[in-house]
Design a protein around this ligand. Structure first.
Ligand code: NAD
Length: 293
């Protein structure tokens, strides 16, 4: 079994990005600038945004963090989005989700200029991705395809079973893996909470992508010998042996599944780190105007 090491991969990719930034700097070019908007005190969101800002620093990007209290109005947030859309120095920005209940997330996502939508959540980017046109790919699916590519995992003709159909993970990764070219050309089954006989579906998979949000949901006897398993889940569960009293686990029962597969992503240290790295790749593309010249 080979561990798909998101930590090692993201360090390698960050070193490549840092070298690119250095070249830009030497030539007097524009330094990539990512802005992040964080609303409220959601603990997980704070961790994610801090890790994005820290990663920017590591590769030499400029970064801006805009923090607002949870009682910010929708109009005030829309004004911030407009300001970032119009700021020529900001190449890309994200509004960290989830937002407080009184704010319509869809309205905010639609207000983001798709040319700066480095999270790849805007319907223009999603639609272009679905049609195989240049687009900002959503960061988690982008991190997954980059992992498959860098580990030279064969995908053509493979049967891939995606568990979970969210707009940010399950649905886009099912599209990316079914498109023509590498990594892709898979035959994809997209499963969800209404799927009948989920274990039976997963058992047929050469590649499993688990994005459900239920700790250790996928069991050992669901997985075919030699399968490639991508565990997107990030779940915190109680663990009395840890100082914090908790630990992170994925949507896959790692102890049971790892011995059966050819490759597996660990949690933590897998897809999560590659997601942040994919955001950096998108920001570099935005700065170079690679997607929208
Ligand atoms: P979501 O809640 O939006 O979607 C979950 C999906 O799982 C739904 O489509 C639902 O149909 C399906 N589902 C729920 N219960 C099911 C069941 N019993 N059987 C089959 N399918 C079921 O979740 P999401 O945003 O896609 O996130 C999924 C997980 O991935 C979460 O743990 C989240 O924290 C994690 N996540 C990680 C990253 C990362 O960077 N690694 C990024 C995004 C999300």
């Amino acid at each position: 079994m080979t561990l798909l090491d998101g930590k090692l991969l993201s360090e390698n990719i960050k070193a490549e990005i840092a070298a690119d930034v250095e070249h830009l700097r030497e030539r007097g070019g524009k330094i990539p600038h990512l802005a992040a908007v964080l609303v409220g005190e959601n603990a997980a969101s704070q961790v994610y945004v801090n890790s994005k800002i820290k990663s920017c620093e590591q590769v030499g990007f400029k970064s801006t963090l805009i923090r607002r209290d949870a009682d910010i109005s929708e109009n005030e947030l829309l004004d911030i989005v407009q300001g970032l859309n119009n700021d020529p120095d900001v190449d890309g920005f994200i509004v960290q989700l989830p937002l407080p209940k009184h704010i319509n997330e869809e309205k905010i996502t639609l207000a983001i200029d798709h040319r700066k939508d480095v999270d790849g959540f805007h319907p223009i980017n999603f639609g272009r991705m679905a049609q195989g046109l240049p687009a900002f790919l959503p960061a988690t699916p982008y991190g997954i395809v980059e992992t498959l590519r860098r580990y030279n995992i064969e995908t053509a003709g493979k049967h891939c079973v995606v568990v979970g159909r969210s707009n940010i993970v399950g649905t886009p990764i099912s599209i990316l893996l079914s498109r023509k070219g590498y990594p892709g050309d898979c035959t994809v089954t997209l499963t969800h909470s209404r799927t009948k006989d989920l274990p039976g579906e997963v058992r047929r998979a050469d590649i499993v992508v688990a994005a459900i949000g239920i700790p250790e949901f996928i069991k050992g006897d669901w997985v075919k010998e030699g399968a490639v398993v991508i565990d997107v889940g990030i779940n915190r569960i109680p663990d009395a042996t840890k100082k914090s009293g908790t630990r992170l686990v994925g949507d896959v029962d790692f102890e049971e599944v790892a011995p059966k597969c050819s490759h597996i992503t660990p949690v933590p240290g897998g897809v999560g780190l590659m997601t942040v790295t994919a955001l950096l790749l998108n920001t570099l593309k935005a700065c170079r105007k690679e997607i929208y010249p």
